[in-house]
Each structure stands twice: as C-alpha cells, then as structure tokens.
Design a protein around this ligand. Structure first.
Ligand code: C2E
Ligand code: MG
Ligand code: MG
Length: 540
C-alpha cells in the first residue's frame, strides 16, 4: 500500500538506510544500504523485528528511544552497535527515529554508518567527564549537562530484587535522551547526569523518562531534573574541571542548590572553593594543625632500630596523601615541608637518642629558599647533625638534576644523609641514581610486596642492590609486611627494612631498647621466627 506520509517521516535525516517499524516492532519497509549498515540486504529486512537488528546491550536504549517519542518529534541520533557484530566485524550506526501522527503508530528510522560507539552502560564519572569535554569541544549544537533524579528508584529495585534489570532500563532511558546516545553517568544514589542537546526544554526529558519507567512497570518514581548549559568555556581541561565541580555539587547537595549558570560560572565557583581549601590548608600549616607519626626502620643485619621515618598526619590517622597532593598543586608543599622539619627538630632536641628522616618533596628540594632555611636551622641547632635524614619524594617535580644535586650536596654538608624515596615508581629512575649524590635508596613498596614469590621483582631488587653497592649507596626496602618479604630482601642484600612487620607509624619515636623489647615480646616476631626456621634447617 502506498503511504505518502512514510516519506514525510524520512524527510528529516541524512541517512544510508531508512526503515519503518510497524506497531508490532517489525520492519514494514526498508530503503537504502541495508547490507552496508546492518549487514542484511534490504529485501531480507522485511518483517524482521527491530531487536534482531540491534546488539542486545543497546536494545534498552532503542526501546527507550521509541517509547519516549512524542508525536512529530525526533528521537536521537544515538549511536548503536549492530546485531551479530561480536566476534565478527563490529558495526556501528547512528540511529534516529520519528513517529508521525499520520503514520498509524509506525516509527520511521534513519540509520547511517558510524565508526564507533560509546559503552552501552552508564559511564564512570571519570570517563563521563572526559567524554563530555570531548563532546563539548566537537559539538555542532548547544549542549547542556542535565541531571535527572529518580526519587524512590532504589526502593523500587530493592522491592523487585532486580537491580541489573533496572540499571539497564535506566541506562537505556538516559542514553536515549543523551547527545548522540553518549555520556551518561550516575551521581550518587538515584541521581544521574547526561549531556544533551539544548534544543528542547529539560522538562520534556522528565516527562519522557517517567513514561518509559511507567511502561516498564516501575511505579512510584517521579523524575526531577535540572540543567546547566555547557557554554562559557571550550578548552577540554576547563570543561572537565567545571563539569567535575557541578557533578560534585549534585553529589553532595542534590538538586536543591541551584546549578552554576554555565561552565564559566562553574569554573569561578570551583576556583573560589579551591582558594578556600588552599586558605584552610595554608592556615593549618601556619598554625601547625597537623601531627607527626613515626615509623621504625630496622637494620637487617641485626634487627636493631636504625631510625624513624616522619610521616605527617592531618586530623585523622588516615593517609596524608590527598592533602600532600593538594599542597603540591597549590604551592603549599614548601611551607609544609619546612613546618614538618621544624617540628621534627623540636623532637630531636627533646630526645638526643633519636634519628629521624623527614620527607621532602622534589618541589621543595628545587627551592633555594628551602635549602637556605634548612642550612640555617641546622647551623642554629647543631645537635641535629647526623640525626636528621631527608627522603626525596615526589621526585617528578625535580626538573633540573644538576641543581637538585647541588642542593643535596648542601644538605649532606650540613650533616644530613639523603635518601631517594620510592625508587622504581614514577620518575625516580636510573638517571637519578646516576646523577644525584645519595646515601640511601628506598626501593618502592610495589617491588617488595611481590618479592617473596620470586620472579621479576626479585631479579630487579638483586641487581639494584648490586648496583647501589658499587655506587656506595645503601638500600632500604619499604612495605615489608611479612617474614617472607623480610627473608627475601635480606637474601637480596638490602641493608634496611621498614613496614608493618616492624610496626606502623606511631605517635612518638621509640627508643632502641623499647623497640627491641617490643619485638621480643611480640614472640612471633620475624627474627625469632627466622631463628626457628634456621634451627629447623640445621636439625633437618
Ligand atoms: P612514603 O614516604 O613512601 O611513605 C610510606 C608510606 O607507606 C606511608 O604512607 C606509610 O604509612 C605506608 N606504609 C608503611 N609501611 C607499610 C606497609 O608495610 N604496608 C603498606 N601497605 N603501607 C605501608 P602515608 O603515611 O600515607 O604517606 C604517604 C606519602 O605521603 C609518603 O609516602 C610521602 O610521599 C608523603 N608524605 C608523608 N609525610 C610527608 C611530609 O611531611 N612531606 C612530604 N612532602 N610528603 C609526605
Ligand atoms: Mg618517604
Ligand atoms: Mg615510599
């Protein structure tokens, strides 16, 4: 039967293939490059169900796209994987749909070949940010970051005990509304974000998703929405930063707080928040609102205490790492390293028996001011000579090895040993070992943890120790957690060890006697255990 409206329905898109889906979901009509787009010749398409044409993972999205179609309005384009592609050559298509009121409920679909397609599930926040920034950079339309809150959805999934089914329904429904069917993520409980075209108001999305959920039998969920235009910045880094700020706001405060007006407003607010945090961190450093923790380091030859590493703690006992990172980014690491050093010198002054190693960031080490301050302090406090050590961390920040070496020499002349931290991880590499005058080298924990199983780590450590011996650099193994790891580093010829086996970082440094006592009292201490092992060997 000739249906003139059919062609009206197709008049909206540049396409390689046009198909019409009837009220039963079957192909009523196909025209174009069926073979090229779907791998099925046009004549063989007739009467096929649309589900036979689309990869299973993408079916929930197409289902949602169809169900969300308002009369006369377009859905998509979204990118889909074509059925039957797994294993063989994967095919992708851009898919657009429209339902014209004159067409008896039939849906006109336009397909064009596409080279790739986004994941069928919701993305992680990180990949969402990155993809959204790319979309903004390449967009031909005005886009917005839309949030959809499905209050009560988790209660529904608990009641029906089908979280996966619900997740795939929601992912499909969101992607069907997303720009090119891409970039949707979840933002905490019952809340989602997507990038969409601004060509229709956000309220339409809420209505459509409500309809899709109702058709799928999901009751008691009424979507709420909010949106922020993705305009006002175009550099991907800035876009991603602004997006992260908006996502965090919604994660922490829901949709009750108005969203920033656009990307540049989000960037302003992000900057102000960062300055606030930097101000707070700067004040914490000035007011010395941090504590020091002390972790023992032992001499492997006899198991005695050699020194303690000083680790900073902010408030909780948790790792200072995120705060250290922030301090590095906000140029507060140097005042922090100086503050930690001054507090450490005070501990050394109180108890002449201790030897302490402070961490110094590569950034601080590069600074003339830091080195001046250290040498002045050491001149004023000669008692610290020979009892203070430095561990060079974050060595990625060392841009100039010759300058770094001059500064290291100055520290050594002032009576301090210098250790290169985290060797084998990140930037600390052979060039550092070659060009810096070091007393000690700390082998990164990742090599130590796996050492006991033999293999490549053991070979690496053995060669490293030999090389250091030739260079007259002593070696230290961190993250020694088990007697087996201790045995392995000892066999490799490492000089010192540190790790949970000998104790976590404590509130105060221990005296050598107290440390020995504690190890003995531990009974099952590694050295005792080793002695037992040796005995077993001797006695067969
Ligand atoms: P790092 O200098 O490599 O310190 C060793 C880290 O490993 C510490 O984490 C310590 O608690 C942890 N650790 C020690 N033994 C074990 C073990 O047996 N197993 C495991 N899994 N972990 C162990 P922490 O205290 O979270 O410090 C993280 C990093 O923060 C330090 O790594 C250091 O780079 C930096 N840091 C700490 N204090 C300061 C400071 O005052 N200034 C600077 N610039 N950086 C600091
Ligand atoms: Mg360290
Ligand atoms: Mg380390």
């Amino acid at each position: 039967m000739f249906k003139p409206h059919r062609f009206l329905g197709f008049g909206f898109a540049a396409a390689d293939l046009l198909i019409e889906i009837d009220g039963h979901g079957r192909v009523a009509f196909a025209l174009g490059a069926g073979e090229a787009v779907l791998g099925v010749a046009d004549h063989a398409l007739a009467k096929k169900h649309w589900r036979d044409l689309i990869a299973p993972d993408d079916q929930p999205m197409i289902e949602a796209l169809f169900q969300g179609l308002d009369d006369g309005a377009r859905g998509g384009p979204v990118s889909v994987a074509v059925a039957g592609g797994k294993g063989g050559a994967e095919r992708f298509a851009s898919f657009t749909a429209i339902r014209l009121p004159q067409n008896d409920g039939a849906i006109s679909c336009a397909l064009a070949r596409a080279s790739s397609h986004s994941a069928a599930r919701l993305q992680t926040p990180e990949s969402f940010e990155a993809r959204a920034a790319e979309l903004v950079a390449g967009a031909t339309q005005d886009l917005e970051l839309a949030f959809v809150e499905l209050g009560g959805a988790s209660a529904f999934t608990v009641a029906t005990n089908d979280p996966l089914g619900f997740e795939s329904l929601v992912a499909g429904a969101l992607r069907a509304q997303a720009y090119r069917g891409e970039a949707a993520t979840s933002v905490g409980l019952d809340r989602y974000a997507l990038v969409r075209s601004r060509d229709e108001p956000i309220d339409a999305v809420a209505g459509r998703i409500a309809r899709i959920l109702a058709k799928a039998g999901v009751d008691g969920v009424s979507p709420e929405t909010a949106a922020m235009p993705l305009s006002g910045a175009s550099r991907p880094r800035q876009v991603a930063q602004a997006l992260r700020f908006a996502l965090n706001q919604v994660l922490e405060q829901g949709l009750s707080k108005p969203l920033p007006a656009d990307l540049s407003a989000a960037l302003d607010q992000a900057m102000r928040a960062a300055l606030g945090k930097a101000g707070a961190l700067g004040a914490a450093i000035r007011m010395r609102r941090f504590q020091l923790a002390f972790q023992p380091v032992v001499k492997l030859a006899d198991g005695t205490l050699h020194h303690h590493e000083v680790l900073v703690r902010f408030g909780s006992d948790g790792s200072p790492f995120p705060t250290i990172r922030m301090a590095e980014e906000m140029e507060l690491i140097e005042p922090l390293d100086i503050a930690v050093l001054e507090e450490t010198l005070a501990v050394l002054a109180r108890d002449p028996a201790h030897v302490l190693a402070v961490n110094v960031s590569g950034r601080s080490l590069m600074s003339e001011r830091y080195i001046d301050r250290v040498t002045t302090l050491l001149r004023e406090q000669p008692h610290a000579k020979g009892r203070l050590m430095f561990e060079l961390t974050e060595s990625a920040a060392v841009e100039d090895l010759a300058l770094a070496d001059r500064h290291i020499q100055a520290l050594r002349q002032a009576g301090c040993e210098v250790c290169l931290d985290d060797f084998g991880a990140g930037a600390a590499s052979l060039a550092y070992l070659q060009q810096l005058s070091l007393d000690l080298l700390k082998i990164d924990g990742r090599y130590i943890r796996d050492l006991q199983h033999g293999g490549r780590e053991a070979t690496f450590v053995k060669h490293l120790v030999n090389m250091c011996a030739e260079l007259k650099v002593r070696t230290l193994a961190e993250m020694v957690e088990t007697p087996e790891a201790e045995e392995a580093v000892r066999l490799a010829g490492v000089d010192y060890a540190q790790g949970w086996l000998y104790g976590r970082a404590g509130e105060a440094p221990q005296s050598a006697a107290a440390f020995a006592e504690r190890r003995k009292a531990g009974g099952e201490g590694p050295l005792l255990r080793r002695a037992a092992l040796d005995r077993k060997k001797d006695w067969g």
